[in-house]
Design a protein around this ligand. Structure first.
Ligand code: PRX
Length: 693
């Protein structure tokens, strides 16, 4: 209780005028917080005292400066990195308002740097050469490895030299289709070193999805491995790449080189299908190159990577991040949100195929000289205690994961957790979807022994880094709330009309003003960038998420408000699944909605209308699901198929998804007004048929 009092008192001392900054109004009042204290979880005194940001006052002080003087705030931080040449007069230059012209975001323009140099060379020069940069834990128990910062630098240089030798130049795209081997972050860094633009494709995507990305960005080279063990399965990645390359060639994009890492523990080279002339074994060429490689110095605004993500249309969007702002932002958010100390051992369970693996497996941690754990396997293999076994083995101090993993482990016996000590843990993290309070409490109480604050980080592929996140030593937490904005971030909640709403409210989450880590465009489609993100609410970046703010100013994310669903933290466009379904010769029409799912957060629920005269069958259901797996990937397979003789449409032909969502959730008394439908009897039919019928 003394700790609780300390916090509440410290909040009460803020002059109420300090709350001029939107979203902080309510928080500064101690009484407001005290009245809800049952919901508050306080960091221990011990934790707060050692924390980088030890109190709400300190947070507020830094936050105020960050939004009142963004240029000063961010240039001070940026100066801690190595710049070959400092940026020009302007620290940043942006236009967030479509009414004033094209959307533009620039940070540190004219500054010349290299993010690989800042991740590796700079740390080696600072004396961290012998520090472990990456620990690697294989799928199987007792298969592991590690690389120090010096060793990693050498390996990155060899690969960079190879890439240069085959003609990869600054600005060229490189597609990376690798599992969680050390070679994945290594490849990202090697591309960055030579100014090439990596585009990592999650190795769970199908050949068709991979081909689509290859066709879009036309890479000089594709980097993959022959196969990988995941849990008890072997996944033959090279076969998928082979198919994708045939497919992309048909669409006019042929790739000259497929650099293939021989992942011996999963598959020998003798068994790997091979196309002479195009396919090259990594191990045959890369180690022969010199282990030093001059850096390609790039402008802060030169592209660093492209990462495809789902939107509300069928075509994935190539989110483009640039170098300087992204570097400064990922490093800073990593440091503060996890209260990083140089002695930490950090483990993020995300795959580098997603943004979390870019910003918080590779760049953010390495820019801080952290020791990062990379895990190849599945978290429940050989059993549900694997994560805690790994935590104990490496003495992991910061463990960052997704609510879906927490929920899946929570269903198993607590013995799997209790069997391991986990005493090294000090900070936990969550990302990808809202964490429900019961999962939060289990994570906090059982995994963290009620000792470790949880950083529930809200952000997106587009944002590059955390926008709303607890700072673990500063704020008392409310289970399920992402709490407050990171430094320099000004979240606003707007209503349908785009007007900002103050105080306790719910609405659409937007951001006012740019932050260094923001994406700069959608590759090849700046118009779509403006239309999707900046036109819905002029003057703001629109996140696509709903959010409410409670009377204490805490933010509660409520999920997507567009046609994007979030399945196990994977972002999937309903339109993508629909277009896969309708490509099936027996499917006439499909409408996909998200439905609550106990473990995955949301499940995929598909309403399918078959072509005239086609009977429903179990076989057909399986074949439809297989079509989605083949076109997108297994993670996008529908959980439920609901046969639909017709879909509820307005007279103008628009599918009323609101009604479908209610039918899927079996909330039949909440269907609302169906009188505007072209044929209201469709709804009765759907209800009568039920799911999987
Ligand atoms: O809906 C939000 C949800 O994930 C979306 C972004 O997905 P993606 O670009 O794939 O990036 C995932 C990793 C950053 C958001 O629009 N989301 C992410 N983190 C949270 C979240 N929702 C609630 N709380 C979070 N902590």
């Amino acid at each position: 209780t003394s700790n609780r009092l300390r916090h509440v008192e410290s909040m009460a001392i803020f002059p109420s005028g300090a709350g001029k900054i939107p979203a902080l109004n309510a928080v500064i009042l101690g009484e407001a917080l005290a009245s809800e204290e049952d919901d508050l979880v306080f960091p221990s005194d011990e934790f707060s005292q050692q924390a980088l940001v030890p109190s709400p006052q300190k947070y507020l002080e830094i936050y105020k400066r960050s939004v009142e003087d963004p240029a000063g705030f961010w240039s001070d931080i940026a100066s801690e990195f190595y710049w070959k040449k400092k940026w020009g007069d302007k620290v940043y230059d942006d236009n967030f308002d479509v009414r004033k012209g094209a959307i533009k975001i620039e940070w540190f323009k004219g500054g010349i740097t290299n993010i690989c140099y800042n991740c590796l060379d700079r740390n080696v020069e600072a004396g961290l050469g012998d520090k472990v940069a990456m620990y690697w834990e294989g799928n199987e128990l007792n298969v592991d490895g590690k690389l120090t910062y010096s060793e990693l630098l050498q390996k990155v240089c060899q690969l960079a030299n190879y890439l240069k030798d085959i003609g990869v130049k600054k600005g060229d795209a490189v597609i990376v289709y690798l599992p969680m081997l050390m070679e994945l972050p290594m490849t990202m860094l090697a591309c960055a070193r030579i100014g090439a633009v990596h585009s990592v494709v999650f190795a769970g995507f199908s050949a068709e999805s991979l081909a689509q990305r290859i066709v879009d960005c036309k890479p000089k080279v594709v980097i993959t491995c022959n196969a990988v063990n995941r849990g008890s399965k072997v996944i033959y990645l090279k076969d998928i790449v082979d198919t994708a390359l045939v497919e992309s060639a048909k669409n006019g994009v042929s790739v000259d080189v497929c650099l293939t890492y021989e992942n011996k523990s999963a598959m020998s080279r003798e068994n790997t299908k091979w196309q002479e002339g195009r396919d090259i074994w990594w191990q045959d060429v890369v180690p022969n190159y010199p282990s030093t490689c001059a850096v390609e110095w790039v402008d802060a605004e030169d592209p660093l990577f492209l990462l495809y993500t789902s939107g509300s249309t069928g075509k994935p969007k190539g989110v483009l991040h640039t170098t300087g702002g992204y570097m400064v932002y990922t490093a800073t958010t990593f440091k503060y949100a996890f209260d990083y100390k140089s002695s930490d051992i950090y483990w993020c369970t995300a795959d580098c195929g997603w943004i979390t693996g870019h910003s918080y497996v590779t760049y953010g941690p390495m820019l801080n000289g952290a020791s990062v754990l990379v895990f190849e396997g599945a978290p429940n293999y050989p059993d549900s205690g694997r994560c805690w076994d790994i935590v104990d083995k490496y003495k992991v101090t910061i463990f960052y994961t997704a609510p879906t993993l927490v929920r899946s482990l929570m269903r198993e016996s607590e013995e799997y957790v209790k069997k391991y000590s986990r005493k090294s843990l000090r900070v936990l993290g969550s990302v990808g979807e809202p964490i429900n309070p019961s999962a939060w409490r289990w994570f906090y109480n059982v995994v963290g022994d009620s000792r470790c604050p949880i950083s529930d980080t809200w952000w997106q592929t587009e944002t590059g880094g955390f926008l709303i996140t607890p700072l673990p030593g500063a704020w008392p937490q409310k289970p399920g709330s992402a709490t407050f904005p990171f430094f320099g971030v000004q979240p606003v909640i707007v209503d349908e009309k785009g007007d900002e709403i103050e105080g306790e409210c719910s609405g659409y989450l937007c951001i006012k003003g740019s932050w260094p880590g923001a994406f700069r465009t959608l590759y090849g489609d700046h118009e779509r960038y403006e239309t999707t993100y900046f036109k819905p609410f002029a003057g703001y970046y629109f996140s696509g998420d709903g959010c409410s703010r409670d009377k204490d100013g805490y933010h509660w994310l409520t999920g997507r408000v567009d046609d994007v669903i979030n399945v196990s933290g994977h972002r999937i466009g309903t339109a993508e699944v629909e277009s896969a379904l309708v490509s099936h010769p027996k499917c006439a029409e499909a409408a996909v909605v998200g439905v609550e799912h106990e473990v995955k957060g949301q499940g995929i629920y598909a309403f399918v209308t078959l072509v005239e005269g086609e009977p429903y069958s179990e076989e057909l259901r399986k074949s439809l699901i297989l079509t989605v797996r083949k076109q997108i990937g297994a993670f996008a397979a529908p959980d439920k198929i609901h046969w639909a003789p017709g879909l509820p449409k307005t007279r103008s032909g628009k599918i009323m998804r609101r009604i479908l969502r209610k039918i899927a959730a079996r909330q039949l008394d909440e269907l609302g007004d169906t009188s505007t439908l072209a044929d209201p009897s469709v709804v009765e039919q759907l209800i009568a048929l039920g799911e999987d019928s």
